[in-house]
Design a protein around this ligand. Structure first.
Ligand SMILES: Nc1nc2c(c(=O)[nH]1)N[C@H]1C(S)=C(S)[C@@H](COP(=O)(O)OP(=O)(O)OC[C@H]3O[C@@H](n4cnc5c(=O)[nH]c(N)nc54)[C@H](O)[C@@H]3O)O[C@H]1N2
Ligand SMILES: Nc1nc2c(c(=O)[nH]1)N[C@H]1C(S)=C(S)[C@@H](COP(=O)(O)OP(=O)(O)OC[C@H]3O[C@@H](n4cnc5c(=O)[nH]c(N)nc54)[C@H](O)[C@@H]3O)O[C@H]1N2
Ligand code: SF4
Ligand SMILES: [Mo]
Length: 814
């Protein structure tokens, strides 16, 4: 009964009514108002006579890059998905809980049957970006791509072939799109001479590099469930309620842990987030890019008031004070001297000093320092928002500094200042073979590598594997990514670079939808969605209840779309490597093979057939993960992977890089986490034409750009630019007014959300809205990357997409 009624409430969207969204929604409203709830009766309702009969319920998955990964149960009638449900295994008890999908996953049907679906292989006939294509056959598409690969290899070598970043289906196994080196495209290219590598990613470029110098490797933090042992939670630019939001995601573990400890929580963010959302004890709004100054001033208070854990700093850290400063370091170059004004800059980092920079009143800085310095254990956590900035490398190290000053590392209820850690179940991945090419670029600099590749060097551009690139990028694979345009910074610059068809000669986009990136393709290939094929899906940030999902094929492939496995197999055939590519297996054969290898490692896992039946396998890890616990217990026996084996507050390696790399006057690489003004930071806002700091955030209505073309999600959480009433008032802007946001790079028109949830002087736009330019290069969707810069951060050469200066004006009253 329940099933049929729900099926009725969600009328099927078929290919026939693609263009009739309005009428579908109209009929939905009409039906909904005529249905009587509740669902208790077992007798058939009169209304069910028009309901489609249900053939089956199939386990599938949402594989997008939102940090979670959710099982979806597809209800299929007459070969079409009629409605989407989620995990129904387990119960509400923590540790047995259901991994419930968010609204995005539950709207998967609207992504599968979306009017934007790519139907056939196509070849570009207009200019790049115009979106003019002609339909071609798969055979023609394979021939063109294979011919282009062969020519470019001959003329330039494999270093000219690039696999662009794309996370659209990173949760899959066969379909896995990220890291690109772990995708089937990489396997195909490795059988054909390889490709130009990249390092870093849009998510964590700066923190991955920054905290590597502090802790050695990608820094861990305690598992979120360990918050049950803490007394105080301090969140810097972290928003799990919107960015790890499924029932199996970090927010669930976080909430459970916090409920048990009843710990106080301080949220430091220029924006009042949903993670704060009434659960916080204090929200401290801060100017973007200034956390380092806030930390320095808190350090000042802690030193003056004897709240520093001196024993911890002496035993485990390098460079807090003169005692542990490396021999190579100049006198007074330790962190304590920097704070007390005894270092080179001779500035004492008082709360008053930091107040003018951060916008946080001095008494709030003093109070926070006292509370954090005297409450133990204290869990200090950062998200990735504050490191996606102009000097995010230093900012991420500064947050860790707070955990070090207070000696919270390696303790239950404490933490390292990095992002929270999650457990996973080891799974054997698709072998992508060895890439013979050693050169690697910072992922953010691929646009530069198109027009000035051979000028790019190790010390100026962070090239790794060799001193300089030999050739520019000539061929781009863009699988399950929208970073060709929408998600990469400074869209107008990218547009101009891609206009030259003699520079990058071939762009192949493989996607489900006609995205803004697909419009720049020379050849566009239609891929299957997860609903149209089978795969193992995993890699969620799932705290201490890791799981994986068996997604079965729910419906037949739509139109002429092919799976990535069949696409790569078709190309492998043209390139003469089919047998080595497939090893004689089809997609199902590979799934069985990889799962068998996984079960050989872990025989306790269910059989393949059982997995197909049960859909999801969960495991609860009872013990909380405590990062660097063994190091704390015995640092000699368990050294860190830093050169000294200790936590490096002062990094000799950074001191040397700072002296040898080619940097501009406003760029800083420093051995200590010191505060420096950055390009397009708050100080710069006082000097130029653009007085407002624009920051971005990952928005609940989309996963980046994915789900961005689902009508009901767009309505549920609108794309708006957030600004404080004070900034609105001085510009004559009221809530809901149409405004223009602009800088030298571009212009966006969108409605204003006037709200005290945004601090004065700072405005914010959710990233990922579908770029919608008019003929004048003005975007009308609220796509932030029209305004962001391609200038990289100094050390990681990463994307500072949350660091921008703009101004805002009224266009039209609401
Ligand atoms: N300004 C600004 N820009 C940002 C960020 C920011 O904070 N601010 N964040 C950055 C970050 S952290 C990231 S990770 C990147 C993400 O950037 P992307 O990895 O480009 O993420 P999406 O925009 O979700 O694009 C995924 C693409 O995959 C497609 N897709 C989905 N499922 C499938 C599938 O099954 N098969 C195929 N072939 N395609 C599929 C979708 O249609 C979409 O076009 O964006 C970065 N860009
Ligand atoms: N719904 C949804 N979930 C997602 C994604 C999505 O697109 N949509 N994307 C996923 C991906 S790939 C990633 S990488 C993660 C991203 O996860 P994060 O990078 O952690 O998310 P953001 O929203 O970019 O940033 C978090 C917060 O940092 C704040 N912030 C920005 N600059 C500063 C600063 O200088 N100082 C301080 N203190 N705070 C600052 C922002 O206001 C924001 O509230 O999210 C994942 N989850
Ligand atoms: S978008 Fe993320 S949280 Fe939402 S259903 Fe998909 S995997 Fe789950
Ligand atoms: Mo990301």
């Amino acid at each position: 009964m329940k099933i049929k009624l729900k099926a009725l409430l969600a009328p099927k969207l078929s290919r026939r009514n693609f263009v009739k969204t309005g009428s579908v929604l109209g009929s939905l409203a009409a039906v909904a108002s005529s249905v009587t709830l509740p669902f208790k009766s077992n007798s058939a309702s009169a209304a069910t006579s028009t309901a489609p009969t249900e053939d089956k319920v199939v386990w599938s998955s949402c594989t997008v890059n939102c940090g979670s990964r959710c099982p979806l149960r597809m209800h299929v009638s007459d070969g079409e998905i009629t409605w989407v449900e989620t995990d129904n295994t387990g119960n509400d008890e923590y540790g047995h809980h259901q991994v419930r999908a968010c609204l995005r996953g539950r709207s998967m049907r609207r992504r599968v049957y979306n009017p934007d679906r790519l139907k056939y292989p196509m070849k570009r006939v207009g200019k790049r970006g115009e979106g003019k294509f002609k339909r071609i056959s798969w055979d023609e598409a394979f021939n063109e791509i294979a011919a282009s690969i062969t020519t470019i290899r001959k003329d330039y070598g494999n270093e000219a072939i690039y696999l662009n970043y794309g996370t659209g289906t990173l949760g899959g196994t066969v379909t896995k799109s990220w890291p690109p080196g772990g995708s089937l495209i990489a396997r195909l290219m490795n059988l054909n001479g390889g490709y130009l590598n990249h390092y870093g990613d849009y998510s964590t470029a700066q923190i991955a590099v920054g905290l590597n110098y502090t802790y050695g490797g990608f820094a861990a933090n305690n598992s979120p469930s360990d918050l049950e042992n803490t007394k105080l939670i301090v969140q810097f630019g972290n928003n799990p309620a919107e960015t790890r939001m499924s029932g199996g995601g970090v927010i669930h573990h976080f909430m459970e842990g916090k409920a048990k400890s009843n710990a106080r929580m301080i949220v430091i963010d220029p924006r009042y987030t949903d993670t704060a959302g009434g659960r916080e004890d204090q929200w401290i709004p801060i100017r973007p890019g200034t956390d380092t100054a806030f930390i320095a001033a808190m350090a000042h208070v802690m030193i003056k008031e004897d709240l520093v854990d001196q024993a911890f700093l002496d035993k485990y850290c390098v460079g807090y004070d003169a005692k542990t400063l490396p021999a190579s370091a100049p006198a007074n170059s330790d962190y304590k001297s920097y704070i007390l004004g005894l270092g080179n800059d001779e500035v004492e980092k008082t709360p008053k000093w930091a107040s003018s920079i951060t916008g946080i009143p001095a008494d709030i800085i003093i109070k926070a320092a006292r509370e954090i310095g005297s409450t133990k254990p204290c869990a200090i956590i950062q998200g990735w928002g504050l490191q996606r900035t102009a000097n995010g490398e230093i900012a991420s190290r500064a947050i860790a500094m707070l955990a070090l000053l207070t000696g919270n590392v390696g303790l239950n209820g404490g933490g390292t200042g990095a992002r929270e850690s999650s457990s996973s179940i080891p799974f054997v991945r698709f072998p992508t073979l060895q890439n013979p090419i050693e050169a690697s670029i910072p992922m953010f600099l691929w646009t530069d590598a198109i027009f000035r590749g051979p000028e790019m060097t190790a010390t100026a551009d962070g090239i790794r594997g060799k001193e300089k690139l030999d050739v520019p990028i000539k061929f781009i694979w863009n699988y399950a990514g929208n970073c060709l345009i929408n998600q990469h910074a400074d869209i107008n610059r990218t547009h101009d670079i891609l206009q030259d068809e003699k520079a990058c000669e071939m762009i192949v986009v493989i996607d489900n939808h006609m995205t803004s990136s697909a419009k720049y393709a020379d050849i566009v290939l239609p891929d299957l969605t997860t609903s149209e094929q089978s795969d193992f899906c995993m890699d969620a940030s799932a705290g201490n209840m890791p799981y994986f999902i068996f997604a079965s094929q729910a419906i037949k492939p739509q139109f002429e779309a092919k799976s990535i496995y069949d696409i790569c197999t078709g190309l492998a055939q043209k390139l003469g490597v089919e047998e080595t590519f497939t090893e004689g297996r089809d997609q199902e054969g590979w799934l069985r093979h990889l799962y068998q290898l996984t079960r050989e490692q872990d025989p306790s896992l269910p059989t393949f057939e059982a997995m197909r039946e049960q859909g999801i396998y969960k495991r609860f890890v009872k013990e909380h993960f405590v990062a660097y616990k063994d190091f704390r217990e015995n640092p000699e026996a368990n050294p860190l992977k830093t050169p000294s084996g200790k936590i490096e507050i002062y990094s000799e390696r950074l001191a040397s890089i700072g002296q040898t790399w080619e940097l501009d006057a406003d760029e800083t690489i420093h051995p200590l986490p010191v505060y420096t003004p950055n390009f397009e930071g708050w100080e710069a806002s006082k000097q130029g034409n653009y007085p407002l700091q624009l920051t971005g955030f990952h928005y609940k209505s989309r996963t980046h750009s994915t789900y961005g073309n689902v009508d009901i999600l767009k309505d549920a959480a609108k794309q708006e630019m957030w600004l404080n009433p004070l900034d609105a008032q001085t510009r004559g802007i009221k809530n809901g007014d149409l405004i223009r946001i602009f800088n030298d790079r571009g212009e966006v028109h969108i409605n204003a959300k006037v709200t005290p949830r945004m601090m004065p002087g700072v405005v914010a736009l959710g990233e990922g809205a579908w770029y919608a330019p008019d003929g004048q290069r003005i975007d009308h969707s609220g796509c932030i990357n029209v305004l962001t810069t391609q200038r990289p951060s100094p050390l990681a050469k990463g994307n500072p997409q949350h660091t921008n200066l703009v101004d805002v004006q009224l266009v039209k009253k609401a």
